[in-house]
Design a protein around this ligand. Sequence first.
Ligand code: RB5
Length: 147
Amino acid sequence: MKTETLVVAIGNDHTAYEFKLPIIEYLTTAGYEILDLGANNCEPVDYPDFGQAVGQALIDKKANFGIVICGTGIGISIAANRIHGVRCALCYEEETVRMARLHNDANVLAMGARIIASHKAVELVKVFLTTKTSTQTRHKVRIKKLN
Ligand code: RB5
């Protein structure tokens, strides 16, 4: 993993193939490196495989952050959270994304391709990747307890 460029791993099932394209375009333009571990067509696949792949990429230090997307975001967030060390937050709007970074140090953002619009997802990704985790001790203690 390069130190100068943040690497973002993306995992998605078939419901989110087209949905992720504007996100990839944004990340590329903004200078992030992308590790695309998701489905790259609309043939039905199983979301747990992709949640696990992104979670594992983080734990293996191949990526700094992860983005996981399925129809609702629910299944793939559950899958990602089964990897120890992953803190995956399923969010549908900006404020919860901001809080997930600030208070929970979320390292994976989950979204639902059948729930929100693709352009909205790009806005959530921007908030996710630009919000720093709180330095307050109480939050650090709670995050440590998650592990
Ligand atoms: C696939 O139909 C759908 O179940 C999946 O994308 C996801 O929403 C599961 O949580």
